[in-house]
Design a protein around this ligand. Structure first.
Ligand SMILES: [Zn+2]
Length: 486
């Protein structure tokens, strides 16, 4: 049973589906005006771990992630330009081109990081009707007011406003005013009020739609409320996102969704902490915002980045450095090396090593227990590494039977259902890598020479296979085996 931390009750709570055996999971997706950075990828990778653990626990997961292609303003609040419109202008391109290019880039990043794709990725621009229906509902219930720039949600009318932040409405407003973090728009009633619809009439050919209150485009927050409701219903089992979404985006999603339906919007919140770079927050001015492309250009495998991103606890900050990434890549090579050793080991003990198998089974159950406890990945990984260490020792002594080794391999594959490093795929690729005709002929020729005890001849071919084709041949009791040299 998976328990995750609830930021409202501040306790770990068991995740249970609202309906049957399906967990509804909504993840705030990207605003497609630029490449996602590695901090965003940390959030999506941790959400992927959550999803894989739920699947491992026998649930099916209905996973929806929105694509924000309009309405997200620079600064996340009410002021500033639309991020996509701004990029289009800057790059001298059509907004549609920007959206298509960065949406494709986003999905390609997810795939390279072995992130299981959502069931649906609805786009904001294709759900304007649903947003306007929700806005109308909020308007009829008296939650909205109109000012020059748009239709605003009156946050003083929603009595639980701010619940996710641990502050109430008054405290949130006081803090915002004291910190002068938000420039108040003329006519706005409370500093925390936010636009659900922004007016945009002329002088701009950016995407605008008609509404009964005036032409314009939706606010960023209303997009998630309207799309999650369309695909997952009025109450979602799990809503995910980065911790940066807590004070504005998710707080406003709760307010407008619950005001509209009178029902609880989300049963479990799942917030992933920040990724820092060299101890600092990522920022343009520090030039420390990296994308997956930057990581690849430096010679790292995407899956090494995945391993690094998932190796911390999702509720703790994780600090990225290239040294840490190098260490992740080395660990990954060590894990793959171990799996390769399991699949190519040829000296077996005759009887099963019961003591070791009990230890391995225990390591497996500890791995999954740690994950069930609020996704404690550092603990889960340490169980895996203890298993690898002791299995290596046992292999050194040829103290495992063929069945024991198969069991350890099975456990490694079950870990990888969660870790998503591609261990299974790697084994399949190695075992079934097609053998060149030329190599096959050489191996056969070598076998024939061995048959007539021409060992000088067979050694010559062994050397040729290694030097020219990087193939290592080994003669075992079960015949000649070969593998690719590193
Ligand atoms: Zn959202």
């Amino acid at each position: 049973m998976l328990r995750i931390y609830n930021p409202i009750s501040r306790k770990k709570e068991e995740v249970t589906p609202g309906h049957g055996r399906t967990i509804s999971m909504y993840a705030c997706g990207p605003t497609v005006y630029y490449f996602a950075h590695i901090g965003n990828m940390r959030t999506y990778s941790e959400e992927d771990i959550l999803k894989r653990v739920l699947i491992h626990n026998g649930y099916s997961v209905k996973h929806i992630m929105n694509i924000t292609d309009v309405g997200h303003l620079v600064g996340d609040g009410n002021i500033g330009e639309d991020k996509i419109a701004m990029t289009a202008k800057k790059e001298g391109k059509d907004a549609k081109e920007i959206v298509t290019f960065y949406t494709d880039a986003f999905f390609s990043d997810l795939k390279e990081l072995n992130i299981l794709l959502p069931d649906k990725t609805p786009k904001a621009t294709e759900h304007i009707k649903e947003m306007l229906t929700m806005i109308k509902n909020l308007y009829n219930k008296g939650f909205l007011y109109k000012i020059r720039t748009g239709m605003y949600f009156d946050t003083s009318k929603f009595k639980e406003y701010g619940v996710l932040t641990g502050m109430n409405f008054n405290k949130m407003n006081e803090n915002l005013i004291a910190g002068a973090r938000v420039k108040r728009e003329h006519g706005i009633r409370n500093t925390t009020d936010f636009a659900v619809w922004r007016f945009l009439e002329d002088g701009n050919n950016w995407m605008v739609w008609d509404s009964e209150w005036g032409r314009g485009f939706p606010g960023w927050h209303i997009e998630c409320s309207a799309m999650s409701m369309k695909y997952l219903g009025e109450t979602i089992d799990i809503h995910c996102g980065g911790v940066d979404h807590i004070p504005i985006h998710h707080t406003n999603e709760i307010a407008q969704s619950e005001a509209a339906t009178g029902k609880k919007f989300v049963t479990h919140w799942f917030h992933v902490e920040f990724l820092t770079v060299n101890g600092s927050k990522m920022s343009k001015s520090l030039g420390n915002i990296y994308t997956l492309e930057d990581i690849k250009k430096k010679g790292f495998e995407p899956v090494a980045l995945r391993y690094f991103l998932i190796s911390g606890h999702y509720r703790q900050k994780l600090n990225f450095t290239f040294e840490a990434l190098e260490s992740a890549q080395r660990t990954l090579e060590y894990i793959f090396g171990f799996v390769e050793r399991l699949t190519s080991h040829m000296k077996f003990s005759e009887k099963s090593n019961k003591k070791f198998i009990d230890f391995a089974t225990d390591a497996k159950s500890k791995f999954f227990k740690s994950l069930d406890d609020d996704l404690d990945m550092p603990n889960a990984l340490s169980s895996m590494h203890l298993l690898i260490r002791d299995a290596n020792k046992a292999l050194d002594k040829n103290a495992l039977s063929e069945e024991d080794i198969a069991k350890v391999l099975d456990i490694m594959l079950s870990f990888d259902e969660i870790l998503g490093l591609g261990i299974g795929k790697k084994i399949v690729e190695e075992k079934h890598a097609p053998l060149d005709k030329e190599i096959e002929d050489l191996i056969n020729e070598r076998n024939a020479l061995r048959g007539i005890k021409d060992f000088a001849g067979s050694d010559r071919i062994r050397k040729l296979l290694l030097d020219k084709y990087k193939i290592i041949v080994e003669d075992t009791s079960e015949g000649t085996k070969w593998k690719k040299a590193k």
